[in-house]
Write a protein that binds this ligand. Sequence first.
Ligand code: PLP
Length: 444
Amino acid sequence: MTAIPQERRVVTAIPGPKSQELQARRTATVAGGVGSVLPVFTARAGGGIVEDVDGNRLIDFGSGIAVTSVGASAEAVVRRASAQLADFTHTCFMVTPYEGYVEVCEALAELTPGDHAKKSALFNSGAEAVENAVKVARSYTGRQAVVVFDHGYHGRTNLTMALTAKNMPYKHGFGPFAPEVYRVPVAYGYRWPTGAENAGAEASAQAIDMISKQVGAENVAAIIIEPVLGEGGFIEPAKGFLPAIAEFARENGIVFVADEIQSGFCRTGQWFACEDEGVVPDLITTAKGIAGGLPLAAVTGRAEIMDAVHSGGLGGTYGGNPVACAGALGSIETMKELDLNAKARRIEEVMKGRLAAMQEKYPAIGDIRGRGAMIAIELVKDPATKEPDAAAAGALAKACHAEGLLVLTCGTYGNVLRFLPPLVIGEDLLNEGLDIIEQAFAGI
Ligand SMILES: *Cc1c(COP(=O)(O)O)cnc(C)c1O
């Protein structure tokens, strides 16, 4: 394997001619419902760089949506997954088990918050993990209702569409959705009517009141929340919100589920984002960053809750595939060896410093938020009215792409530019990416 030079290089228009050719073939054969942020076809990727088929090298501020935290061709991931591929690709853990699956569950028990006895089950995608967390919680409590939050995102399967807040593009035209799902407010500090300082206490009181009065706490199997909301706009629930909701769940026998699919595995500068406020979830769902790009997901939690399900009640043909498990072990090894939590915190320091300076010049930046290498800016037409400016987010993303910087947007109002660099990105590339963002502001 040749390491990819960690240098931005733009040698054609973006997308270039080879990408455009491939895009034409793609349009003819790939379903139109599957979108792409940037139709640049990938040749190879690693570190902080994605290289396309035209020889352009893009700075990666996306990590394939918070997946390749260790890089897209991390040495330990490639080594371990390749060795596993040569040994065997699949037996199905439900037919004849293998050690890698057990090792991943041991690592999850060690790394997730809380020192209680824990067990895990492995799956293929984040949505599948969330679905299974709901199955486990219902089985354990004998209750049906599931509570989720404004701006929440939990996946694209039928149940997880119901759990997801935003209609377009995730839910539009795809109903009917699963029943017994209830949505309550979240402490979105920037947009909380009485100010960010009141958001934690007021939003948690409102949420708890709605759950108690409209659903009935005794009917609720699970409360599911992202400790930092991802697709909804990198919203960090205001201080006090998560602990209040977790406490309410504990008092009422409700399974508290932290969906750390995007925020977990060093992304926010901790193994898991809920550690910031000392919240210990009953169940935690993980995916994305867990396996360096290989498809793997997990539900981890209190042993007595996980074991409430009858034997054979959890599983799936490919869940915890041996190659994906090997990838996860390589990814976790890399995170520990390179102390990627510290790297994520350093990325936050650099990014927030630079973005704060940009905000002084460009008032369209209404809010700078996020933790670790999960940082976003919310764009507004006027900082006084906070009217969302989705067009600005789109124009900035486009300008960055043209210069060879891969950035993503998100947010309920589509007005958030989010930055998710691989945690292994070099600081020079990080700063060069920020230079491009600054130039993009000057140009819009
Ligand atoms: C991406 C995501 C999911 C869904 O994961 P998939 O692997 O795409 O099914 C669920 N929850 C959160 C918080 C996510 O960011």
